[in-house]
Design a protein around this ligand. Structure first.
Ligand code: 8YV
Length: 310
């Protein structure tokens, strides 16, 4: 990175950013952390990541703010209505993470059906050596996977799952021009699916979209996989469904109150728990970081964002 340090400070780093992104921002823009900023006058761009909140309070602290650059495709951490009200534009990091997140979605669908993580625990516990047997798993070929949220990542995951011989159905805000069967509601999609794969955006519009009714429609032979946002699933209803045998299992990369995972899930063999790693590869995170810099550069130079939200 070349250093383009100039004063006054025009860029500030907010929470949730990975160390290499912090370093890039420091080298390129001499961007301090909010706590080290001192006088906020002249700061036009705030960079935020990792789901760290950026709402009215943060905006109040930056009176000259004009752009929020979010490290991540999901931007439910940013109060868009408040930003719009103040004339602040917002960008995210779409496309560059589609493959990585779709791969992880497929990994979890395969894992809940084939039980790879449970099988690993079975070996490590000595159960195999003791002569115990694992229950038989389920085939991916022929399994019906219902994709809830057929955006960029949902489509990429659906294409991959088709290559495994799974049958894809979907529900989205709008019906798409695709060959897969559309279900009019999440309940109808869940009722027709062996695995419900959640890939909707987070935020108020999708909060608890997967509720007790959807989980019951999925049923005792159904699996839930969530690679979107924890807020989309009613976690209390999920735990109850698992404990009462009304759901076969779940694969979860995201949780309502990260990094806290409901204690009731930790000892269950029918759930796969991942620490929000959908985009967490070196290549993808670097591409996200580069897109963050592209957005900051474009805004500082031309007052435009490369990948604006909305
Ligand atoms: C990251 C994500 O966890 O892009 C998103 O919406 O959830 C992930 O890529 C996060 O944003 C990285 O800070």
């Amino acid at each position: 990175m070349t250093s383009e340090t100039s004063h006054p400070v025009r860029v500030v780093q907010l929470g949730g950013l990975m160390p290499f992104v912090r370093q890039w921002l420091t080298e390129r823009y001499a961007a301090p952390a909010l706590d080290d900023l001192g006088d906020p006058a002249g700061v036009e761009v705030a960079v935020v990541g990792g789901g760290a909140p950026l709402g009215a309070a943060e905006m109040d602290a930056l009176p000259d703010l004009r752009a929020v650059v979010n490290f991540g495709v999901g931007h439910d951490n940013v109060d868009l209505a408040e930003a719009t009200r103040r004339g602040v534009v917002v960008s995210n990091t779409p496309d560059v993470l589609t493959d990585a997140v779709a791969d992880l979605a497929v990994l979890l669908v395969l894992d809940v059906l084939r039980g790879a993580t449970a099988a690993d625990r079975f070996v490590r516990s000595g159960a195999w050596a003791r002569g115990e047997r694992m229950p038989l798993a389920r085939d991916v070929r022929g399994a019906v996977v219902g994709v809830l949220g057929l955006g960029r990542i949902g489509t990429a995951a659906a294409e991959r799952l088709e290559a495994f011989g799974a049958e894809v159905r979907y529900h989205s805000r709008a019906r798409k021009d695709v060959g897969w069967t559309y279900d009019a509601t999440p309940v109808e999609l869940a009722a027709a699916s062996d695995v419900l794969l959640v890939l909707t955006p987070g935020g108020a519009g999708t909060e608890h979209l997967v509720d007790a009714a959807v989980l019951d429609a999925l049923g005792p032979d159904g699996f839930l996989v969530n690679v979107a946002r924890g807020s989309v699933v009613d976690e209390v209803a999920l735990v109850a469904a698992l404990e009462e045998g009304r759901l076969a299992g779940a694969g979860l990369d995201v949780f309502a109150d990260e990094p806290r995972v409901p204690a009731a899930l930790l000892d269950r063999d029918d759930v796969v728990l991942l620490p929000h790693v959908g985009s967490a590869t070196t290549g993808t995170r670097e591409a996200m970081g580069r897109l963050v810099l592209d957005n900051v550069d474009a805004f500082l130079e031309r007052g435009e964002l490369v990948t604006p939200v909305g």
